[in-house]
Design a protein around this ligand. Structure first.
Ligand SMILES: Cc1ncc(COP(=O)(O)O)c(C=O)c1O
Length: 375
């Protein structure tokens, strides 16, 4: 069976284009608008002068792989083999695409939890496999009854995203226990764990699949330096998976990318000596707290933001419009671009919520909040 899929402009580019057209403040697309760390910029210019511009080994620059193994140990207490279990990718998006192409077969099913980031379904459809979209609960926690009901012997993979885009929720210990139960029932089921916001968490600690020994042998995790170091344009990230799964992933990576940008790998390897990942949460917590405080006097209802750089708000007290109409009006009449949630759902569910990105300079957030107070 061949599935067809439609390629349309993503909601992120549509809203960014509208923001530009109306000269609006862009709190829509998830990218930082502040200066990248000068330390990283200097390291990069120094490396650019040296002879490091040829192909690197397929999996990545060996010292960087070592360093990421150390980081996995310090962050999550898990020992992995840098020579076999890590792959540097051209961003999380390529990692996700490659893992799905390598590990999912024709006619198998993949559970995608909605609202979901938009890069999951297409690689599944290109594989002639079937994305099975299951909505999260209204508070954006996993609906384990619905997930269990959607799982069967054809289910090859479940994609989880924690911390979650767009809701900013993070998974609890109980959620992991439920996932582990599900994996016990289905021996062929594997997990693709999109953890690109792993270092952007606040009061509650982020639980990674790397802290769950029952999950290790059946998990591929996805990380993004773009998110962790405010360099989304570099498009560089990495996958961690046990060797048998990683061997399959490398068979695709070999012919899709071969090896990722050498300058970026050298620079990030050095930068990892200087940066404290634990500081990232603190950095964004200030922005989150400021943005939430600025939004207090508005008529928006603030939903919990436990991780990521997204604040989801309900506009139910302001309007009964659907979220596409509401965000369009927000750009045109109030000069602030946000992301509606319905495009993150296969059934275009209307939640009465929209998403703002607070990875912005203080004055951008202040100005945006002033405009939002007029609603
Ligand atoms: C949940 C999620 N996964 C993956 C990505 C893609 O990351 P990258 O830019 O490293 O490809 C994003 C980017 O917004 C994201 O929000």
């Amino acid at each position: 069976m061949t599935h067809s899929f439609q390629q349309t402009a993503s909601i992120f580019s549509v809203m960014t284009q509208m923001a530009n057209q109306y000269g609006a403040i862009n709190l829509a697309q998830g990218f930082p608008n502040f200066e990248v760390d000068p330390v990283l910029k200097n390291i990069t210019s120094d490396w650019a002068q040296k002879e490091i511009h040829q192909y690197l080994p397929m999996a990545g620059y060996a010292p960087l792989l070592e360093k990421l193994a150390q980081l996995t140990q310090t962050s999550y207490g898990r020992k992995i083999n840098p020579a076999t279990d890590i792959l540097i990718t051209a961003g999380a998006t390529q990692g996700i695409f490659t893992a799905i192409q390598a590990l999912v077969q024709k006619d198998q099913q993949v559970i995608v939890l909605d609202p979901s980031y938009d890069c999951y379904p297409t690689p599944i459809l290109l594989r002639n496999a079937e994305p099975v979209r299951v909505n999260l609960n209204d508070d954006f926690t996993p609906d384990w009854k619905a997930i269990a009901a959607a799982t069967n012997s054809k289910t090859r993979m479940i994609i989880i995203n924690n911390p979650h885009n767009p809701s900013g929720r993070i998974w609890s210990e109980d959620d992991f226990l439920e996932l582990e139960k599900l994996l016990e029932l289905y021996p062929n089921l594997i997990v693709l764990s999109d953890e690109v916001y792993e270092y952007i968490t606040f009061e509650k600690p982020h639980i990674s699949v790397h802290q769950r020994p029952k999950l290790y042998p059946r998990c591929v995790s996805v990380s993004s330096f773009g998110k962790s170091f405010h360099i989304t344009g570099w498009k560089i990230g990495y996958l961690i998976a046990p060797e048998p799964l990683m061997n399959e992933i490398k068979k695709v990576h070999q012919f899709l990318v071969f090896s990722v940008n050498s300058l970026a790998q050298y620079a990030i390897n050095d930068y990892l000596n200087q940066v404290k990942m634990a500081d990232l949460g603190k950095f964004y917590q200030q922005k989150r707290d400021l943005f939430r405080e600025l939004l207090q006097p508005t008529n928006f209802e603030l939903l919990p933001c436990e991780g990521s750089y997204f604040q989801t708000v309900s506009y139910k007290k302001i309007s009964e419009e659907n979220d596409l109409e509401f965000t369009r009006r927000l750009v045109q009449d109030y000069g602030v671009a946000a992301i509606p949630l319905s495009p993150f759902y296969a059934d275009n569910k209307q939640t009465g919520c929209i998403r703002f990105c607070f990875a912005k300079e203080e004055n951008t957030l202040t100005e945006a909040a002033e405009r939002l107070r007029k609603l």
